[in-house]
Design a protein. Structure first.
Length: 279
């Protein structure tokens, strides 16, 4: 796939300090969008690539940020969304900055030179915590003012919890390039949040069914929402539909209409496009 670039006629470089910049990076590409104060999408950019390691992705991301003219302007607010499987949810009543590293190491093993970043999810009274290389965080802090670095799971969770139905079980699956985030709710209660590495559609279905079984959820009273990569894959929809009813796909048709590109999977960018509304 070639690079995708959209610039609205109303975009004015000199007004960038009034705009909001959101950046997403992953093993399968780099994208960013710019909104004005009226939430109008002014710029969208996507550069696909295929990289295997976190170091390679970060190196590529840094180069794009340095080389792209629009990413060297001053913005009112900047969001950076790492698509990183390594993160944990910590309930607010357990969260403690002083002992955060010890708490994080119970679940994951950050590198010696990593920095722990956290963001409160007010709607569920929890914090999402992740680790990134300290040198990369320093680079971003130097490049951008009014910066917020938060895992791509943050807008996924906030958006999901804003759309749950009372007295209903709801399974949300966000599909990234090499992993999935799974959120399972019952009314306003969080039953499960976890991330799983996958290699095929079969893996995704296995993890989904296993989560339902683990939480003793009745599939007959279940709503399921898919977002991200592979949502348009016929095998995923057809096979998952054999086991789970009431499946919907989270799309953002206005993006495809603006780009005049129906082949682009706009669901992959749904959380990038809405992260600025999660505050």
């Amino acid at each position: 796939m070639q690079n995708v670039y959209y610039i609205d006629n109303n975009f004015i470089k000199e007004n960038s300090s009034q705009y909001i910049l959101s950046i997403r990076y992953s093993t399968d590409g780099f994208s960013f969008c710019i909104h004005d104060h009226n939430n109008k999408l002014l710029v969208f950019y996507f550069q696909p690539f295929n990289l295997d390691t976190a170091d390679a992705v970060i190196a590529k991301t840094k180069k794009i940020i340095v080389d792209n003219e629009l990413l060297n302007l001053k913005y009112k607010k900047v969001y950076i969304l790492p698509c990183n499987k390594e993160k944990v949810l910590v309930p607010a009543h357990v969260f403690n900055k002083t002992h955060l590293a010890d708490l994080y190491r119970i679940c994951l093993s950050p590198q010696k030179n990593d920095t722990l970043l956290y963001r409160k999810i007010k709607i569920m009274e929890s914090y999402i915590v992740e680790n990134l290389p300290r040198s990369f965080v320093t680079f971003l802090t130097f490049r951008f003012q009014s910066l917020c670095i938060v895992n791509s799971a943050y807008p996924f969770i906030v958006h999901s919890l804003s759309n749950i139905l009372f007295n209903t079980n709801h399974l949300f699956i966000d599909i990234q390039d090499q992993y999935i985030d799974v959120l399972l709710t019952r009314s306003n209660d969080i039953l499960l949040f976890n991330s799983f590495t996958y290699g095929s559609v079969t893996d995704i279905i296995y993890y989904a069914l296993n989560c339902l079984q683990q939480c003793h959820v009745n599939k007959e009273n279940l709503q399921t929402t898919l977002s991200g990569n592979l949502v348009n894959d016929p095998q995923l929809g057809e096979t998952l539909g054999k086991f789970i009813p009431n499946i919907s796909i989270l799309n953002y048709p206005p993006l495809s209409q603006l780009l005049k590109n129906e082949e682009l999977n706009n669901s992959s960018f749904i959380h990038l496009l809405h992260v600025h509304q999660c505050e």
